[in-house]
Design a protein around this ligand. Structure first.
Ligand code: GDP
Length: 313
């Protein structure tokens, strides 16, 4: 078996680093465990937003303007659906729709999300292995003052507006880590585990809530390295900093570090936060972690891999 790096990711932020890792590693030397807490059923379709963002990004098919979905997308389905009075709050492009329909068809025929994801990613030309955290349903539920919202209702329909009072991961306790994730975590060729700069509370915690995931992350003794999604006191994109404030947490890379305490062996911080390094008592590496270009993604990937190498020595 060849050596590989295993990343744990959510959607947009995490996928940026995964693309950088894929570009600097040998083909096939990256495996990615993806959050499925955002998954939901809509219009009778099985939708896995973080898996699709990861697959589209790694296949070079992602829509960079929208930040989700496929590039060069058309919207006939949505236009007709809207005319017919159907729900239009969750937008599905015509090409994207094929992914959800095919996934739903294969699920109904009895295939696992793991097998379907592996095959669809392969067909789209992704050289890395994209692995759902679990084949069992885990659903992130967002507590707000006005009651609980299913994740996509909160994230897309309400545009992250309501203040978050609590988060829970329905089904997580009864879920199992997917077989491919467990096998990767215990594989002797695993060189390092990377917690991507994804939302720790919405994208990484659902995976950590599946029984045995934390223990499995530590089991092989491969170094676990996180990249902070917080730069200064802000998220690069999305509601991470807002949610932290609402949950009474200071948005800071130090809070992210604290959140992953006991799980990670090293952290990559943004150069704007270099001054915090003196408060960090695990190995840290500082670089410009803002990933706008492909070169940026490769630079952050190299910083992670360099730290991993140091930690293995
Ligand atoms: P989502 O599931 O689509 O919300 O995406 P993720 O959870 O994977 O990513 C959201 C997080 O990515 C946010 O906390 C952002 O701050 C972070 N993020 C996005 N782009 C960058 C970047 O270029 N650099 C760093 N360090 N974090 C980023």
């Amino acid at each position: 078996m060849s050596d590989f790096i295993l990343a744990l990711t959510g959607g947009i932020g995490g996928a940026k680093l995964c693309l950088g890792l894929q570009r600097v590693l040998a083909p096939g030397a990256l495996r990615i465990i993806v959050n499925t807490g955002d998954d939901f059923e809509h219009l009778g379709l099985a939708i896995s937003p973080d898996i699709d963002t990861t697959v589209y990004t790694l296949a070079g098919l992602a829509n960079c303007e929208l930040g989700w979905g496929r590039k060069d997308e058309t919207w006939t389905f949505m236009e007709v659906l809207q005319t017919l009075g159907g729900p239009a709050w969750f937008r599905l492009g015509d090409g994207d729709l094929a992914m959800h329909i095919e996934r739903t068809r294969r699920r109904a025929a009895g295939e696992t999300l793991t097998d379907i994801t592996a095959d669809l990613a392969h067909r789209l030309g992704v050289p890395s292995r994209v692995i759902p955290m679990s084949d069992d349903p885990v659903r992130t539920v967002v507590g707000t003052a006005a009651g609980e919202l299913a994740f996509q209702e909160y994230f897309v329909r309400e545009r992250c507006g309501p203040a978050v009072t609590a988060l829970r991961f329905q089904g997580a306790q009864a879920a199992n880590i997917s077989g491919a994730a467990a096998a990767s975590l215990h594989d002797a060729s695993l060189q390092a585990i990377v917690i991507a700069p994804s939302n720790p509370y919405l994208s990484i915690d659902p995976a950590l809530a599946v029984p045995g995931m934390r223990a499995a992350l530590r089991a092989r003794g491969a170094p676990v390295i996180a990249v902070s999604p917080i730069i200064g006191d802000s998220a690069v994109k999305g509601p991470t900093a807002k949610i932290m404030r609402e949950l009474g947490l200071a948005p800071s890379p130090l809070t992210v570090l604290e959140h992953y305490r006991g799980l990670i062996d090293g952290i990559v911080l943004d150069e704007r936060d270099a001054g915090l390094a003196k408060h960090i008592h695990i190995p840290a590496r500082v670089c410009d972690t803002l990933m706008r270009s492909l070169e940026d993604r490769e630079r952050v990937a190299r910083a992670v891999l360099t730290l991993a190498l140091e930690l293995r020595c």
